[in-house]
Design a protein around this ligand. Sequence first.
Ligand code: ADP
Ligand code: MG
Length: 724
Amino acid sequence: MSDRNLCDETSLSQDLTSLDAVFSPRSVAVVGASRRRNSIGFSLIHNLLINEFAGTVFPINPHGGAIHSLKAYPSLTAVPDPVDLAVIAVPSSVIEGVVEEAIAKGVRGLVVITAGFAEVGDEGARLEERICQRVRDAGLRMIGPNCMGVINADRSVRLNATFAPTPATAGSVGFVSQSGALGVAILNVAEELGIGFTQFVSIGNKADVSGNDLLEYWENDEATRVIAMYLESFGNPRHFTEIAKRVGRKKPILIVKSGRTTEGARAASSHTGALAGADVTVSAFLEQCGVVRANSIADLFDIARALDRCPLPRGRRVAILTNAGGPAIMATDACVNLGLEIATLSEATRAELASFLPPEASFGNPIDMIASADAAGYGRALTVLLADAQVDMVMVINVKPLVGDPRDVMEAVNESVRAANAGAGAGKPVLAVIMATEEFYAEVQRRTDQPPVYRFPEPAARALAMLSRYATWRRRPADESPIEFEVPDDEVRDILAAPASGYLDPCAAFRVLELYGVPVVPCRMVTEPEAALAAATELGYPVVLKAHAPDLVHKSDSGGVVVGIGNEAELRQEIAAMRQRLTAAGHPPSGYLVQEQIRAAGHEVIFGISTDPRFGPLLMFGLGGKYVEVLRDVRFAVTPLTAAEAKDVIRRIRGVALLDGVRGEPPADVELLVEVLLRLAQLAQRHPRIRELDINPFLAAPRGGRAVALDVRIRVEPSADDSA
Ligand code: ADP
Ligand code: MG
């Protein structure tokens, strides 16, 4: 599908309420209506009628006659009454005439189903641009072209202006799809899962109305509680960020973003470049915007159901209530893997549970009520758990008992949730995992007045994790702006401009960090052995010797790093040996770096910058040293970066426990790491010449220790700003 947003600038000035002409028209004309069954022109009329559109429908067909028992008019002009919305399904060769006619007729909204525009090539793109410009000049709004249509399921409108075979039920999800074909699949899945929509929009080539416009439309629409999007591209990431961050404060935005292919070729000689695929950029970007990313359509709806029906959790602690051990173990694993915590129940809760559950039950967490548990037991136990201040959310698991009916269990769960949520506070999310028969699901999935029901623990755990992640994002201060550090940017710019392109020499790279307030290890760059000896004396033994050769990327791979050199004699010897080794390996050294040897305690971490052609600078943090590519324990962020976001990046690496200190080790100074990341974010943003930067390792020392960059590489390239 086309990624062009042809009239991007002017879209900002369009009046959003004018989308009402598209969603709530009083009358709809279908231009290109057909008597031929199974044709698009027939299906459009059929869907408007069988969904009982509240307004008037006018089929337009050059031969007139009757279509679906409605009188057909030969043209828009021939319609005697006003027309608010025109749905257009004529060949692209005659589209311009139809658009002119619609404008002359006073139509206010267009849905262009017709394909053959920007998605087929330059000529189509020019045609698309012409009609888009014409529509905007005349003050209309247009969905498409090359789309499946729009639905407004609101019961007072009941507009189904699509050719999709599945109708949409009324509900609270606003959905926008960039793919028409997928739109049909989405409607099918939604139907099965009992998901209802406010509006459903297939935006096609999004020449006029974009995903951003719809976000803004739904922002203040009371009926829309969750916004879901299937996207293949972001028209303008910066504009999206601004809107999503604002709208996300009011209601959750869920996205399935396809296109896990690379958006631009990336030179991957750096660690950061090698670890950053195009997809991590998108993930990091969405996460920072507070957008929840789903992996599939099914995943999207699993999360949407929870977001729609549950209050947001205040923390990450889950209680699992079950009548069977196996699924509870699976649930526990899934929750922990997704970053949730298994709640530690209070003493009072345990005592109360013990007062009515059989002695064989287990009162830890998961709370296993064993197979004899009945509906009343579920209700009572759930009420106790929801009252525990150490529990933020509950997953109820029920494997169909030998006797009894899971419907009764659901009823008891409902009762308990209703009672708990009626009390003070916002309530707590409860999800149900019911392993039962098809009849049960068929009946239960249509009910939206009860906790969402899942067939297995994993999707329920994911939904809880996403609720918690979104809730955490929402708790962040809204107006936090990136901190600005005072730094000598002019001096940095001069250093970065010295090479036309390629790597800075090591001293220059260290100097850039130093100027930006990132602590670095004291070092000297020399070319002659005698100078190395002088440098070592100045720095003090022991020292580290590193070879410098223009094409030497990972120095220690070729024996280009020697640590623990204790005196002059050893240094002399090591220089000679290193020269020999590296020359044999095809990297004759052009110089040497002598560094103070840091013997402080700490963990080796990595900081990195790479650039994404669409999103701009990308920052990375993770566990570093020579195993970074093996561990792959890194997280990414896009700029601008706030302090809360930087902290999140650091806290969310898998091995964060190492930084917190294990086996009696003192914790690393995480605040300093956050600051380094923020300083690098500013460096990346202000100096677009930097294409890649790796600090590997940075020694993450305890507070007050010697936290310093031990190795850094910076690759520069001329940027667009250079000419200015
Ligand atoms: P490269 O990444 O090119 O192989 P580094 O400069 O990162 O080379 O050094 C490799 C390893 O040597 C580092 O991961 C670190 O463990 C150790 N090291 C490097 N410089 C120092 C130093 N100044 N003090 C202590 N250890 C060092
Ligand atoms: Mg290194």
